[in-house]
Design a protein around this ligand. Sequence first.
Ligand SMILES: *[C@@H]1O[C@H](CO)[C@@H](O)[C@H](O)[C@H]1NC(C)=O
Ligand SMILES: *[C@@H]1O[C@H](CO)[C@@H](O)[C@H](O)[C@H]1NC(C)=O
Ligand SMILES: *[C@@H]1O[C@H](CO)[C@@H](O)[C@H](O)[C@H]1NC(C)=O
Ligand SMILES: *[C@@H]1O[C@H](CO)[C@@H](O)[C@H](O)[C@H]1NC(C)=O
Ligand SMILES: *[C@@H]1O[C@H](CO)[C@@H](O)[C@H](O)[C@H]1NC(C)=O
Ligand SMILES: *[C@@H]1O[C@H](CO)[C@@H](O)[C@H](O)[C@H]1NC(C)=O
Ligand SMILES: *[C@@H]1O[C@H](CO)[C@@H](O)[C@H](O)[C@H]1NC(C)=O
Length: 465
Amino acid sequence: MGHLALVLGFSLIAFGSSQDLDLQTSITHDYKETTEPVRVTSPATEPPTEKPTEKSIESSIRNALKFLISQRESDWSWRNDTSKVLTALKLLNVYEDVLDDLLPSAYEMQLSSKQMEIEIVIMLWRHHEVPIPPSQLAEYCLALNALCYDPRQFHGHDLIGTLQHHESTNDLDFAYVTLAACTARAHVRKKQIRRLLDIANTAKDHNIDTVAMTILALRCIVMDHRHRNLQHSLRRPSISLARQQQSDGGFGNLYNTALVMQALDDMTELKSHWNKTAAKAYLESRQDPDGAYTDAGLTSDVLLALIDKGLGVIRLMDCGRHDSDYDNNVDIEGLTKSLSPHGNDSEIRNVTVTYSLWIGSNITENCTISITAPRNTSFYSIMQMAMDLDPHFTFEASEWPNGHYVHTLAGYKEEPMGYNYWLLYRLPELPDPTAPPANQLVAPVGVDDLLIEEGDHYLFWYKKL
Ligand SMILES: *[C@@H]1O[C@H](CO)[C@@H](O)[C@H](O)[C@H]1NC(C)=O
Ligand SMILES: *[C@@H]1O[C@H](CO)[C@@H](O)[C@H](O)[C@H]1NC(C)=O
Ligand SMILES: *[C@@H]1O[C@H](CO)[C@@H](O)[C@H](O)[C@H]1NC(C)=O
Ligand SMILES: *[C@@H]1O[C@H](CO)[C@@H](O)[C@H](O)[C@H]1NC(C)=O
Ligand SMILES: *[C@@H]1O[C@H](CO)[C@@H](O)[C@H](O)[C@H]1NC(C)=O
Ligand SMILES: *[C@@H]1O[C@H](CO)[C@@H](O)[C@H](O)[C@H]1NC(C)=O
Ligand SMILES: *[C@@H]1O[C@H](CO)[C@@H](O)[C@H](O)[C@H]1NC(C)=O
């Protein structure tokens, strides 16, 4: 990933010039002095009595929101909780009409979003010294999505690609990462779905937060029409999750309770298996006098549970995209109307990938071609384009129910008797014959299911197994 710093170096400059707010201004904390006057929300000293509103909203939500606003730093961040808080604030827009006096203005949200972008850039910048925790990157990706920015095009960098590059061994992180990828409508591999189903089906062997996150991820995945048939497999694990409610109404602690409530959110068929009122009462009984649920991050998690809008709904937010994958039968109320489009997804992005062929275990022949195509093109289409451009890349494939199987390339046909096969690798860097890639970089899916992303390098290597 040596090219990352370069890419970002470029992005930072683009960032300063292409956005309506100047990066330099935020970094130098020029806004410090103006924080108080700019604030349009009521001061934290306001008496706790609520003015009755037409559509009264529970005071626990109002107080938690007040707490979050009171915790905002002068640089418009929430320290290491910026992404979680911004996600919660964005989802709270559903109650725009009743929380208008508390919710940050569009201008304030923009300042905080810029600050979060800076945090992300710095995190990516330092990734060699301080490895990026997958859960943190997933959190940022979800927040970007909630704010209608495409995390796959973060100033030219594909954050989801980075996120999915290494599969996490930790099940909770894995589920969180997959939820973030699914929310961004990125390709979720069959292998990832199988692992989620395995976790869901062996719930007793896993922590309750892992199971809740897994169900959130799977509920996101089944919104994709290609995976709708998996809907039924969610039922049993969801029921068993619901039944873990304890006599105090909670599911262990504040975090677990908030996460389970988000996972079970609006699954009406589960109503008889748990008591939502009791779960809400559990949360509310643990609210601090200042409105906090411990800290800003946890307060944000709890708010999502209290407003019945979990992380699962972010995929459904309409940011001006038109997607036929969209499943309309999920209740999203006013969620969509209040979201202003920021990104521009109607733009079809071209990406450039390289495609190399190596012949022989000792690599006696090699050739490479660079191809530009729309982002969601399959690698199979890239192979066809390469063949048209350069006869070296001529290939033959047989068709199977699960897709194309490439058996011949550049005149070399695989020889099962001699154990000579064509192996396909998907690599983060241009393959180097003096340092051949390891076996774990073999592409996990077939040529039809591999969708190209910016910076991908593909290699078909004819070698003896
Ligand atoms: C955020 O920062 C606080 C204190 O600065 C620390 O206790 C907490 O563990 C941090 N959280 C994360 C997720 O890094
Ligand atoms: C759910 O919990 C609430 C509050 O603890 C209680 O009043 C109510 O009776 C419970 N409902 C059911 C169906 O058990
Ligand atoms: C989005 O991109 C398209 C194509 O480049 C352009 O026509 C359109 O005006 C853009 N929309 C916005 C809101 O920037
Ligand atoms: C993408 O590439 C095609 C042909 O390679 C070209 O016609 C098209 O204009 C490009 N689109 C963008 C957005 O660059
Ligand atoms: C590959 O190279 C090794 C040593 O460099 C040699 O022993 C071996 O025979 C070569 N294999 C082929 C198939 O040429
Ligand atoms: C082929 O491999 C050699 C090193 O063995 C390398 O110098 C050369 O650039 C490669 N050619 C292509 C087209 O990849
Ligand atoms: C790729 O994207 C274009 C435009 O966004 C869409 O028309 C096309 O159906 C997509 N193809 C695939 C394979 O998803």
